[in-house]
Design a protein around this ligand. Structure first.
Ligand SMILES: [Ca+2]
Length: 167
């Protein structure tokens, strides 16, 4: 029993962010391949770098128009970060010509633009109605419809941290 609690103590210690670090280009390549398959390397990605998880380390956001998605023309956007040293990514796949709230207008030509914008915690609370979101917004702009905002919420769910907001 004593051994178990010591082991847990170590895990907590490492969980304190000791292994967190900036996401590298190699990390991004690995996670893009994981999320999008081998075909991602034939695509031209937009890449943005910034701390979208609010842990003090640089993350990467990449995306491209996916014309090979059998479910329809879509935009693959992947957020890559490190959590407690482990490489983690989350993908969103909004479809073009979609009436869905998360959908994009147009046909992907020109491609939507990814950008990062710093908000205040208060502004994000007003926008999303929740507390605890990292106020560095990931913005997806298709030039035709309302901006799409994504915020990383560190304590949201085990496997899903990105929340979506649109005016
Ligand atoms: Ca970060």
């Amino acid at each position: 029993m004593r051994f178990v609690s010591m082991a847990m103590g170590c895990a907590l210690l490492w969980g304190g962010g000791a292994w967190a670090q900036d996401v590298t280009k190699e990390d991004l390549n690995a996670e893009m391949r994981f999320q999008g398959g081998q075909g991602v390397f034939r695509q031209h990605w937009q890449v943005e770098t910034g701390d979208v998880t609010c842990d003090g380390y640089q993350d990467k956001v990449a995306g491209y128009v996916d014309r090979d998605n059998p479910n329809g023309l879509s935009f693959l956007m992947v957020v890559v970060t490190r959590e407690e040293g482990a490489l983690v990514s989350e993908a969103v796949v909004p479809f073009f010509n979609s009436a869905d709230q998360m959908g994009l207008c147009g046909d992907g030509n020109p491609p939507p633009k990814i950008s990062l914008e710093q908000f205040t915690e208060e502004e994000v609370r007003e926008m999303t109605g929740i507390d605890g979101a990292c106020p560095m917004a990931i913005i997806l702009e298709d030039g035709m419809c309302d901006l799409h905002y994504y915020f990383w919420v560190p304590d949201w769910e085990e496997d899903r941290k990105l929340i979506f907001f649109r005016n």
